[in-house]
Design a protein around this ligand. Sequence first.
Ligand code: GLV
Length: 321
Amino acid sequence: MKPKILVTREIFDEVLDFLGQHLDVESNQADIALTPEQLRERLADKDGVMCALTDRIDAVLVNGCPRLKAVCNVAVGYNNVDVAACTSRGIAVTNTPGVLDETTADLVWALMLATARRLTEAEAYLRHGEWTGWYLKQLLGVDVHHATLGIIGMGRIGQVIARRASGFEMEVIYHNRSPLPAQTEGRLRARYASMDELLSRADFVVLQVPYSPATHHLIGACELAKMKPSAILINAARGGIVDDAALIDALKRGTIAAAGLDVFENEPKLDPGFLALKNVVLAPHIGSSTRVTRLAMAMTAARNLVAVMTGAVPPNLVNSK
Ligand code: GLV
C-alpha cells in the first residue's frame, strides 16, 4: 500500500502526477481553503502533507495526526510550522530553498523601482483621468542609481538582491548575524554595517530575514525614526518583521519617504491605513510568483515528500528527526 498524503492547496498537474507515481494522494485542486478543523480531519489518517504558508501546522494539529511523518512546505520560510512540535513527534519538516532566490530578488527590485519612481501612484493618476499634460515638477521621484542600498539579512536572497545593485552603481551595505567572508563581500561589493549605521545611511532599507520571535517587529517606531526622511523601506520577506501600525504612522508623518510591501502582519487582512497612503506600493505576497519558480517550488516540496515517504533523507530537511 502506498503512503497516504494530503496536498492542502491547488498544485500544478505535473507535480500531482509525480506524487501519484509514488503516493496515494488526496488533493485540493479546487483550492478551497481548509479551516483548521478541516485540515485536522483530512490529516488524521495521512502519512504526509504538502502544505502552503497559509496552513498553520501547530502542536495541536500534529498531535492529532498519529501517522504523520512529513510536513513539506511549499515555501522557503516555514514560520507557519511548529518545527519543535514536529521534531518531538519525529516528523520531518522540509522547505524549498534555492529555487526562488532570483525571482524573489526581482520582485524586491520591482518594489524598489516602483516606490522610488512613484509608479503605482502615477498609474492611478493616469487611470483617474487626472493627467492634463507634462510639467517640470510632475510626480518627482528619487534616483535608484548611485543610491545606498542597505540589506538586513544577507542570506541567499539578500545576496542575489545585492548582486543586482552593481548595475545601478549603488553602494551596498548590509547587516547580518555575522559578516560574510571577505571574498563574498568583495564579489558583491558589499560592506558590513551595524544596524544603526545601516538604518541611518541607507536610501533603501531592504528586509530579508526570516520571521521568528527574534525578528518580530525588528522594524518598529524606534528603527523607523533612525532612517532618513528620504529613505524607502522594502519588505518582501514576512509580515510581522515590521510593526505595520508604526510604519503607517511613519509614512503619514514623513519620518520615512515611502515603503514597498509584499507581505503584511495578519495577511491577507491588510491594515486599512495602508490603502489611504499614496507613498506605499502594495503587492499580495507574490515575491516568488512566476510560473517557472512556483512550479520549481512545488516540485521541490514533492521530491522532499516522496523522499521521506520512501525512507530517504529529504534534500531540504530543516529539523533532525
Ligand atoms: C514565500 O514567502 C516563501 O517563503 O517561499
